[in-house]
Design a protein around this ligand. Structure first.
Ligand code: SAH
Length: 349
């Protein structure tokens, strides 16, 4: 009979977890055991990243999307979404403002918007790199061909975020329409790695039809892909999607999975996500104290922030706003952490 504590020690010492151990940790009702798990994960992050938190300026540059993911508020079939696109000049202004505030990584995220063809994307990347050569550019613009990914990389993109969403094919089919394939999503991630990007995958906690078995597959997939970054945040329903009536994921399961992944792959860059802060006011601090080491404040122009509504009540003010970095700084100081002004690259130990 394993206690939760011996399970946690075993994961930390051996960098491995089995499905029974995962199940025990996910179903646990013992807050002290959670405390022990989070503490161990926090220490594992500290060994590599010390007490430094990396910041990324998130620019949500378009909410037009050709896809129809059942969970997402900017899916093409949500006719209530107020659509917008930022011009190249608007994006460049965001990065200039972000640079002034101390950001050295810019994340360009958007729906899969055919308006921005490869030439436009490359032009934006090279302009940012020309203006701010000490900055990293991260893309998060969905599934593309190997050739497109290579073009962006050659134009100067450093990193790419593409959550795999779930590593279980059947589960993938319940979250997405048939025109989207699990195989292509996974193909993209391996292509991005091969090209040389720092790559991030990830999944939502509590997404409809998720089970311990699908989460175990996520963990096995992550250990096989070996991404540099990992985004884990709770699923939150959006009222104009097919999943409007589904229940949201919880903060505690999100924190446990952040902690478990930190113990399994200590070097990864793991954000305390906006979704986590949306369901829990102290999400950013709790995320850091469970092993996260990145935050991504919103650097989009203020008038579009309320339109990038992936889910209901998505926060974009207070310490979630890039211009209020001082609030975040205070939050982290209170728990013994500092924001680092740097690109914040992946550390290979
Ligand atoms: N089009 C890009 C960016 C998608 S938005 C891409 O395909 O990668 C970034 C992430 O937000 C998604 O990968 C998804 O995991 C998350 N997301 C979307 N809808 C959500 C919801 N309802 N609740 C929580 N997270 C959501």
């Amino acid at each position: 009979m394993h206690t939760l504590y011996t399970i946690i020690d075993d994961i930390a010492d051996n960098g491995k977890i089995d499905v029974m151990q995962l199940d025990a940790l996910l179903k646990n009702n013992d807050r002290e055991a959670d405390g022990y798990l989070f503490f161990k994960a926090q220490k594992a992050a500290d060994r590599i990243y010390k007490n430094k938190i990396y910041i990324r300026g998130l620019i949500e540059f378009t909410n037009h999307c050709k896809n129809d993911c059942y969970y997402c508020g900017i899916r093409r079939n949500n006719f209530c979404a107020q659509r917008y696109r930022l011009s190249k000049d608007e994006i460049i202004s965001c990065t200039d403002e972000g640079y002034r505030l101390g950001f050295r990584t810019f994340v360009l995220q958007g729906g899969e918007d055919v308006f921005y063809d490869d030439d436009k994307i490359c032009d934006i990347i090279s302009e940012i790199k020309k203006n701010h050569s000490d900055c990293a550019v991260t893309l998060s613009i969905g599934e593309k061909s190997y050739a497109s990914y290579k073009m962006y990389f050659d134009a100067g993109a450093d990193r790419y975020l593409l959550r795999h969403e779930t590593a279980d094919r059947e589960h993938y089919g319940k979250l997405h329409p048939a025109e989207l394939s699990f195989e292509n999503r996974i193909r993209c991630l391996y292509d991005l790695k091969e090209i040389g990007y720092q790559v991030g995958c990830g999944f939502m906690t509590g997404s409809p039809y998720q089970t311990t078995d699908t989460i175990y597959k996520d963990i096995r997939f992550i250990c096989e892909l070996k991404p540099h970054m990992l985004g884990i945040g709770p699923f939150i329903p959006h009222h104009d999607t097919p999943f409007a009536d589904k229940s949201a994921g919880t903060a505690v399961i999100t924190l446990r999975l952040i902690a478990i992944m930190r113990l399994l792959r200590p070097c990864m860059l793991i954000p305390a996500t906006t979704a986590l802060s949306t369901i829990d006011e102290e999400g950013a601090e709790k995320g850091i104290l469970a092993g996260a080491n990145v935050v991504m404040p919103n650097l989009s122009p203020k008038d579009v922030r309320g339109k990038y509504t992936l889910y209901d009540n998505k926060i974009h003010s207070g310490s979630e706003a890039a211009e209020h970095l001082c609030l975040l700084k205070k939050k982290f100081e209170n728990i013994g952490y500092e924001i680092e002004i740097s690109r914040g690259d992946y550390k290979d130990k």
